[in-house]
Design a binder for this molecule. Sequence first.
Ligand code: B12
Length: 298
Amino acid sequence: MKQSNDRVQQPVELISIGELASKTGLSPERLRSWEQRYGRPEPVRLESGHRRYPASEVSFLMDVGRLLVHGFKASELLKSSPEELRERVKRSMEQPFEELDYWRSLVERFDAKVLKGVMHEMAASMTLVEFLDSRIAPFLWDLGERWANGELRISHEHFATFRVGEVIGELTPKDRAFKEGVKVLLATLPGDLHGLGVAMAEAVLATEGVEAVVLGADNPVQEIAGTARTIEATHIALSISRGLAQRGVGKLLEELIESAPDQELVLGGGGMSMGLRLPKSVKQFRTMTEFQRWLKRM
Ligand code: B12
């Protein structure tokens, strides 16, 4: 058979906005608003009018998401090329603290005893919030990225997460007298199994002598609201993980605000930078350091 010299056109795989959202952790509302404001991600339109995106946009938008968490602006990121963003992500991942390589090797060897030992040693050399923001959060970030890249198995992630949870628990002060007039209910929203932000927030609250009732991860909205009423909480504090942003978190928060009108809402976690539109009364914190500063002024 005669071979054709015509260039073979690779078919472009197209995905829906829902798929793009769930793969990148960015909400469909945010993706549409970026298209309107900055022209990217640019969809092709089906005859029905529905948007379809080249699957190749996923990795670019995941890098945008990663850098948003680090405080970069969407307007600037969306103008950059995929190669530029990859470079920036790599730079932001480069050795956030000196001992990270050693911690990584302990996870790879499943050495819980030494891992806990070095974490406690590090924690003893700085304040609790400094330890959480500058060591534990980057360590978990690195762990998640290396799991996503296939460098680590899920068992490594589970192993490390479990030990981190234990260390945070051990560092949480148990003997502080509570301040009058403030009580915080701590939780994550339904479907969000990422509970370490809650554990970190509990540690900071305890350090500042603020009473906290902890529900941990994955709580129905009405349970959060009902418990807040029962315990007469003054605040509801939620940790919103990066993975949750696309799963209707805006609607869940609206429902919670409506169901718990007497409590002030406090939010933190990587999912915060994924484009939630929230009332001004909602307090948002990027770091435990900012959270602690606010608690001290209370
Ligand atoms: C540990 C982990 C898990 C564990 C959680 C166990 C546990 N006990 O928590 C398990 C294995 C269950 C898990 C499951 C999944 N995970 Co996961 N996970 C992680 C990992 C590595 C760490 C999460 C974490 O605890 N981070 C620490 C938090 C606290 O850090 P932070 O959000 O930056 O928060 C800082 C501030 O924002 C602030 N803060 C945080 N919370 C709060 C709260 C308050 C009140 C305040 C004031 C401040 C504050 O303080 C922190 C310190 O500076 C992340 C990687 C990452 N970078 O986050 C992936 C990650 C979140 N997971 C991811 C995924 C994909 C999943 C799964 C979907 C995997 C799967 N296919 O099953 C499931 C989803 C489960 C679910 N339904 O929720 C992705 C999400 C990708 C996306 N779409 O954006 C990530 C980003 C990994 C990755 N790089 O791809 N995961």
